[in-house]
Design a protein around this ligand. Sequence first.
Ligand code: GTP
Ligand code: MG
Length: 328
Amino acid sequence: MKFLDQVKINIKAGNGGKGSASFRREKFIEFGGPNGGDGGKGGSIKFVSERNLNTLIDFRYQQHFKAEKGEDGKSKNKTGKSGSDLILKVPIGTQVFEEDNKTLIFDFTKEGQTYIAAIGGKEGLGNTRFKSSTNRSPKKVTKGGTGEEFCIWLQLKTIADVGIVGMPNAGKSSLLAALTKAKPKIANYQFTTLNPNLGVTSYDNKELTLADIPGLIEGAHEGVGLGYKFLRHIERCKNLLHLIDITEKNLLKCYFQVRKELKKYSNKLISKKEIVVLNKTDLIDKEEILKITNELKKKIKTKIFIISTVKKEGLLDLKKILISNVHK
Ligand SMILES: Nc1nc2c(ncn2[C@@H]2O[C@H](COP(=O)(O)OP(=O)(O)OP(=O)(O)O)[C@@H](O)[C@H]2O)c(=O)[nH]1
Ligand SMILES: [Mg+2]
């Protein structure tokens, strides 16, 4: 699946149709009165949030969007047809910014939200409207209004309850696949994940959404590895799950490296509630697991869980704790 999380587009609502200047022309009526109809309204540009989308990729191939203009008015007092609105679908988590890409205009946080981003022009008035006791055959009409036009930015910031962070190859995508129905790519090499993945799970009738992002390494904030641009997708996660491969030689170093990259991105990330999860416990024996976790507990204040994603050990307890943290 192709992925895009930031795009600049131009939107133009339709102009209103012009009013018609027309007079009755019938047999035996020499000077028919005005009968020019109004123009139609211009179509507006509307955004609607949809659950089954998770990328802005559709906007890469087309950056100019125009809504239909209103038809001009016609004789016999016929009103021109209104231009159709143009409806653009965006994923939940999309934010609309002004051209400066800083001023937030709208934030789609739920499914089915609508935002009218550019309003269509008003209808022009036909000459019938200008008939009066002093002017029985007005030629006056008005043009339709101009549809609004803007350049805007769309930014996608995934909304999930839990963001899974960690070094490459820690098993983040495997964990997402084990807990949810998501089917992210999993492989035994670094940077398998190139885009964020989302999954939903539930327990006890309570839902939990998880986001898995590409791995972070030292210097990510300077663009090393895949950089840290994907951290925007955990900015709006309530909690963080910091996943570490228990077979790493220096667990503490791994832990603090990832924390450092989170902090470089923003203090907001570092202050989120975090739980630390040691994965791949199937690869070492029990005594060693105990030794490692006890050592780590002395240095890290957060709760530490141990799991084996492959053997599905500890996953249910982990799910329960994640859900209880989110649904307090
Ligand atoms: N033995 C063992 N292997 C695991 C476990 N969890 C994941 N793996 C393996 O670890 C490798 C990396 O898994 P991924 O889920 O792709 O890791 P990731 O953290 O998403 O990696 P990136 O996307 O590159 O950051 C794969 O070969 C998985 O099969 C586990 O609990 N035990
Ligand atoms: Mg991955």
